[in-house]
Design a protein around this ligand. Structure first.
Ligand SMILES: [Zn+2]
Ligand SMILES: [Zn+2]
Length: 255
């Protein structure tokens, strides 16, 4: 059995309890999944913090390098700016960049606040319309939200090597959920922040505009499953997982 929630991801029958809880949450008129922080994962050098944020439980990530007093934020759901400022202050860091994994409304709602604060923004040009005219997504966003334009300073593409926080970050293009989904792979941290291409035991929706399952499947097989098994996957929704775990057991895309 497989049911879909109205957001960004599918649940499979073999995670039935999770499915039922999440489905009920999706149906609730609150549309606000209880906000909670996942564990703060401290790596040898970099610190990665995450926060599930409104209005539909989208994860924002902060990559922090206290020795440099710098921080990079990945994705900007509602309230992400206020959360990011708090996290940066906690480690005495300055936010130097906002990377958007893709242009869907739930990942860019707070993006304009980062831009207004002078923080450099990064995104893939295949989602340019969503960044430039997010109101076009109103038909599949929560009604009544203010969808503000997000200027992008740096267009990134698959194969780019970013040098941020004195660390090499590889950009991989993973379309299929939407045309401009990228993942940020940080080899020395064994970490990949992937947006909505894959989740723990699930995959991104492919029925939204620009979505395509065969493209998504190819992205996962060639760009996600080719990462080392021990790589931690930090998805756009839900808990962390690993490349090895998904390659061995993801019910939608077999490794
Ligand atoms: Zn999403
Ligand atoms: Zn999405």
């Amino acid at each position: 059995m497989s049911i879909s929630c109205s957001f960004c991801f599918y649940f499979s029958g073999d995670t039935q309890v999770v499915t039922q809880i999440s489905y009920l949450q999706c149906l609730s008129d609150q549309f606000r999944i209880v906000t909670h922080a996942y564990a703060c994962i401290v790596h040898a050098h970099m610190i990665i913090e995450s926060q599930e944020l409104p209005p539909i439980g989208t994860n924002a990530y902060a990559l922090l390098e206290p020795s440099l007093k710098q921080c990079v934020i990945i994705d900007a759901p509602a309230e992400a700016y206020e959360w990011a400022v708090q996290v940066a202050e906690k480690y005495s860091c300055q936010i130097i960049a906002l990377i958007l994994t893709h242009g869907h409304w739930d990942h860019i709602l707070d993006g304009h606040k980062f831009a207004k604060a002078g923080i450099l923004t990064y995104g893939h040009a295949d989602d340019i319309e969503m960044f430039a005219s997010p109101s076009k997504m109103a038909s599949y966003a929560i009604p009544g939200l203010e969808l503000k334009e997000l200027p992008i300073n740096h267009w990134i593409k698959g194969g780019d090597q970013l040098e941020l926080l004195a660390t090499k970050m590889e950009i991989r293009h993973v379309p299929g959920h939407c045309p401009g989904n990228v993942l940020v792979y940080v080899p020395c941290e064994k970490a990949a922040i992937v947006g909505d291409v894959i989740f723990a035991g699930s995959v991104g929706r492919y029925d939204l505009p620009g979505g395509d399952f065969s493209v998504l499947e190819k992205s996962i097989k060639t760009q996600v499953y080719s990462l080392p098994d021990e790589t931690t996957i930090y998805p756009g929704h839900g808990p962390v997982t690993s490349v090895g775990r998904e390659r061995a057991g993801n019910p939608y895309v077999k490794g």
